[in-house]
Design a protein around this ligand. Structure first.
Ligand code: TPP
Length: 352
């Protein structure tokens, strides 16, 4: 189809500014670049931890780091982030300790971070379920007169789920303060986008729900910040939800359990390597004299320290309380759960 909507882009893949584009201020770009360096190092380190048998699995966001970092940067402390299994880097960019985030993938706990404290929901593995939860939280904030906004992430595959439809429909009807960011990375495991949706663009789906839809270059951090800043402020000021489709690419396999070579060409991967989000922003910052070798080295060293702390934290023993099995489900446990917990406690006292 040729009736494609415009894709918002501020930086060309080689880092030159699109004529007439207004970039975010330098300190915000530098903050964002630091986030990208950290996110890439995090992806590399987590992948290595899987190969060492320290993590069960890791869905990498390599290539999608600009979406990850922008999603965190546009939110204020009181806003909420609703991530998926692929969005570890976004959670870390929001300030959660990487060791706590990856505790789940180590298999020790359901969710290793303080959800309410960080205002980051647990990472959702069932596709699109988090979108409904996000809309619920956003709607509740609006009913309570609180100014919080919610940003919910999902992939292109998740847009085929019924939950996606229900979440967007409810959000639009009730003008919930929520932004849906679809990271269109072109594959749902092995299923390519054209087998997933017949829509020309995923952002077009917004029309049917009665909300604005925006398509943005998902490897262009300045463009993402601009589009998402706008969408979050519209949500916060009572203007309702926005659907943002980020045009990006999953550079690695779906997870370590997947062989992407069975369903996509190396040439396709190589062409996306030429649109790398880090390389693009680095080129702009360098050309503007905002980043030199020393500053770059300081950022890399900082990311190395994060990776070293992650290795140490994941290698350490994780104290697990068996009674946690009964926690986090009911605010007031049922009589059956109380009884089972007492049985377990008694058993552990005999055979610790
Ligand atoms: C409800 C549901 N159905 C199926 C799956 C199995 N599954 C896990 S990941 C995945 C692909 C998701 O693709 P997409 O939404 O594009 O996200 P991506 O993994 O590319 O980030 C599928 C089908 C699941 N997790 N949940």
């Amino acid at each position: 189809m040729d009736d494609r909507r415009e894709t918002v882009r501020l930086l060309e893949p080689d880092g030159t500014t699109v004529p007439g584009a207004q970039l975010p201020p330098p300190d915000r770009l530098l903050d964002g670049y630091r986030g990208l360096v950290h996110a890439r190092r995090l992806n590399e380190q987590a992948g290595a931890l899987v190969r060492q048998g320290r993590l069960a699995v890791y869905p990498s966001s390599r290539g999608q780091e600009a979406c990850q970092v922008a999603a965190a940067m546009v939110l204020g402390d009181d806003d909420w982030l609703f991530p998926t299994y692929r969005d570890t880097a976004a959670i870390v960019a929001r300030g959660v300790d990487p060791v706590e985030v990856l505790t789940m993938l180590r298999g020790d706990r359901h969710c290793g971070y303080d959800v309410a404290g960080h205002r980051v929901a647990p990472q959702a593995t069932p596709l699109a379920t988090q979108l409904l939860h996000a809309v619920g939280v956003a709607h509740a904030a609006r009913l309570k007169g609180e100014p919080d906004a919610v940003l919910a992430l999902c992939g292109d595959g998740a847009t085929s789920e019924g939950d996606f439809h229900e979440a967007l429909n409810f959000a639009a009807v009730f003008r919930a303060p929520v932004v849906f960011l679809v990271q269109n990375n072109k594959y749902a495991i092995s299923v390519p986008l054209h087998r997933q949706s017949a829509a020309a663009d995923l952002a077009d789906k917004a029309v049917g729900y009665g909300m604005p839809g925006v398509r943005v270059d998902g490897n262009d951090l300045p463009a993402l910040l601009t589009v998402l800043d706008d969408a979050v402020s519209v949500a916060r000021s009572g203007g309702g939800p926005t659907l943002v489709e980020a045009d990006t690419y999953r550079m690695e396999a779906h997870t370590n359990a997947d062989d992407a070579g069975r369903y996509r060409d190396e040439s396709e991967v190589a062409s996306w390597a030429g649109r790398d989000p880090l390389v693009r922003l680095r080129a702009r910052l360098r050309a503007d004299g905002l980043l030199d070798d020393d500053a770059e080295r300081a950022l890399t060293d900082d990311a190395e320290r994060m990776a070293a702390a992650l290795r140490a934290g994941i290698a350490a023993e994780c104290p697990v309380d068996p009674e946690d099995l009964f926690a986090h489900v009911y605010a007031h446990p049922t009589p059956q759960l109380r009884e089972q917990r007492a049985q377990l406690r008694a058993e552990l006292e005999v055979t610790p």
